[in-house]
Design a protein around this ligand. Structure first.
Ligand SMILES: NC(=O)c1ccc[n+]([C@@H]2O[C@H](COP(=O)([O-])OP(=O)(O)OC[C@H]3O[C@@H](n4cnc5c(N)ncnc54)[C@H](OP(=O)(O)O)[C@@H]3O)[C@@H](O)[C@H]2O)c1
Length: 251
């Protein structure tokens, strides 16, 4: 198992789903974590579960740069450094065809899924570059590479975020920054329930048993944070890939 003792990770969207499970997995691997989300009570509860020495709850809306920068400052102020950023916060909506989507809601999805990822990178990079090292993991999606009906904001924002990972690798890969994306496939979380409830497109029709558990994604993120994944720096990994599942130890 990847050893993250002494490492500090900041996880966005840590109030539930993949982000909350990632927080548990990072702490189990020895890391300390800063937990960011808008739901202040949920991150406080999770920090309580993980222990005051290991976890810091920071209420934060990733669509606002100043809040993300303040969260990075709080993390460094408390734990002294920042080794891993997990850009996980995301929204699926608005689920609507282009001809009907509400322009404000569409823009909000871009603000969270694309600008939020940039905000994380922009706030973490000065700290990581001054340390000479850091890992930035961004949750991607099959939607970054192919359109799904009713998901134009989600697909466009995830495509943009995937390009941010590539841009980051190009600009800072040789400066000690390990940039990677992770496309998890479909995962049993509130987001997937929202998709099911919409009844729109083929993803909503999937049987619930086809989704993987958020714990698998969390274990993969821990593995990506460690040197075991060095061969994949600069890449987007897919959890549909059997070889990756085997390397992580999921199968
Ligand atoms: N589930 C899947 O099948 C699947 C597949 C591919 C990719 N993904 C990606 O995986 C990531 C996590 O999704 P999930 O399935 O765990 O969804 P989820 O259960 O709905 O959780 C989403 C998380 O994002 C946070 N969030 C949303 N807007 C935010 C904002 N403005 N600022 C800060 N945090 C915000 C939420 O916290 P608050 O509401 O408390 O702010 C929550 O913690 C997303 O990027 C998603 O696109 C999921």
């Amino acid at each position: 198992m990847t050893d993250l003792n002494g490492k500090i990770a900041l996880i966005t969207g840590a109030s539930r789903g993949i982000g909350a499970e990632a927080a548990r997995a990072f702490v189990a691997a020895g890391a300390k974590v800063a937990l960011l989300a808008r739901d202040r009570e949920a991150v406080a509860d999770l920090a309580g579960e993980l222990g005051a020495d290991a976890a810091l709850a920071v209420p934060c809306d990733v669509s606002r740069f100043w809040e993300v920068r303040a969260a990075v400052d709080a993390c460094v102020g408390t734990f002294g450094r920042l080794d891993v950023l997990v850009n996980n916060a995301g929204v699926i909506g608005p689920i609507a065809r282009l001809s009907e989507a509400d322009p404000d809601e569409w823009g909000q999805a871009i603000d969270v899924n694309l600008r939020g990822v940039f905000h994380g990178m922009r706030a973490a990079l000065p700290v990581m570059l001054s340390q000479g090292a850091g890992t930035i993991l961004t949750i991607s999606s099959g939607a970054a590479h192919g359109p799904n009906e009713g998901w134009s904001a989600y697909c466009a924002s995830k495509a943009g975020a995937a390009m941010l990972t590539r841009s980051l690798h190009l600009e800072n890969g040789e400066g000690g920054i390990r940039a990677m994306g992770l496309s998890p496939g479909t995962v049993a979380t509130d987001m997937q329930q929202q998709i099911k409830d919409s009844g729109v497109n083929r993803v909503s029709q999937l049987d619930w048993s086809e989704h993987i558990s958020p714990e698998w994604v969390a274990r993969t993120l821990v593995w990506m944070a460690g040197p075991e994944a060095d061969a994949h720096v600069g890449e987007e990994l897919s959890l549909r890939d059997e070889e990756i599942r085997r390397k992580v130890g999921l199968v």
